[in-house]
Design a protein around this ligand. Structure first.
Ligand SMILES: C[S@@+](CC[C@H](N)C(=O)[O-])C[C@H]1O[C@@H](n2cnc3c(N)ncnc32)[C@H](O)[C@@H]1O
Length: 237
């Protein structure tokens, strides 16, 4: 999961699929500043290749990332010289800093395998926020909104590299299992194939809200967001 193969094609695929990282980053900045007008310091947890961080760096005085996968973090550091990307696990990180805003985008919170892990992550977010600071979380699909059997397919070509990505997601118990099949083809190198399997929890909306409250936040859910899954906006009390 999120090894070198996936890190190499991640940006290319999502950009060409039309994911609008700039619009998402601007939405996050606006909703965060609605609660904390002078917000200047942001931490993007599970920042991946830094696709939101690229825009957060111009929307905030200081923006840093935290990422579990070394290949993803390496890609982010290469793309964003001078931007700090901490190695770390959202369930147990401790940085020597606090922020006005902590973000966790593109369903990354769904990698928490249980409500207990969800609680640990939100407690870690709270521990890195100033009182009155804001956590903005783009959740994975809820148990009630997930489409069992969902298939997604894209073929993109950029700079002589063609990538086909086909995924299938199925509900197994309280998690979605997503198999992602990727073929990468280049004229000189030929074609190669890899498969990545993701197990992403299908928490219910109330489970997220309860976990935020337990971690010391007041929380609201905004159903409209560029990602389509809504956004949790939570203020550290
Ligand atoms: C769907 S990607 C999202 C990346 C990025 N936020 C974006 O919007 O493109 C999920 C990311 O979560 C990271 N991740 C998964 N579990 C994590 C954990 N426990 N702590 C930190 N990052 C984690 C993965 O390595 C991956 O980079």
């Amino acid at each position: 999961m999120y090894g070198t193969d996936l890190a190499q094609i991640y940006d290319l695929v999502h950009r060409e699929r039309g994911k609008d990282y700039q619009a998402e980053a601007e939405t996050v900045a606006a909703v965060a500043r609605a609660h904390r007008p002078g917000a200047a310091r942001l931490l993007d947890v599970a920042c991946g290749t830094g696709a939101h961080l690229r825009y957060f760096t111009s929307l905030f005085d200081r923006a840093e990332g935290l990422e579990l996968s070394e290949p993803m973090a390496r890609t982010a550091r290469a793309a964003l010289p001078g931007v700090t990307v901490h190695p770390g696990d959202m369930r147990q990180f401790r940085l020597d800093a606090t922020f006005d805003v902590v973000t966790c985008m593109f369903g990354s919170i769904g990698y928490m395998a249980s409500e207990a892990e969800l609680g640990l992550a939100l407690e870690a977010f709270a521990a890195h926020l100033e009182p009155g600071g804001v956590a903005v979380v783009d959740p994975w699909w809820f148990e009630e909104t997930f489409m069992d059997g969902y298939v997604s397919a894209d073929v993109v070509t950029v700079d002589g590299v063609t990538v086909s990505r086909v995924s299938h997601s199925a509900r197994r118990g309280t998690a979605s299992h997503m198999d992602v099949h990727v073929v990468v083809a280049e004229a000189a190198a030929g074609a190669r194939h890899f498969v990545d399997t993701h197990v992403i929890s299908l928490f219910r909306r109330e489970q997220y809200e309860e976990a935020f409250r337990r971690a010391g936040f007041t929380v609201e859910y905004l159903p409209e967001s560029p990602s389509g899954r809504g956004l949790f906006v939570a203020v550290r009390t």
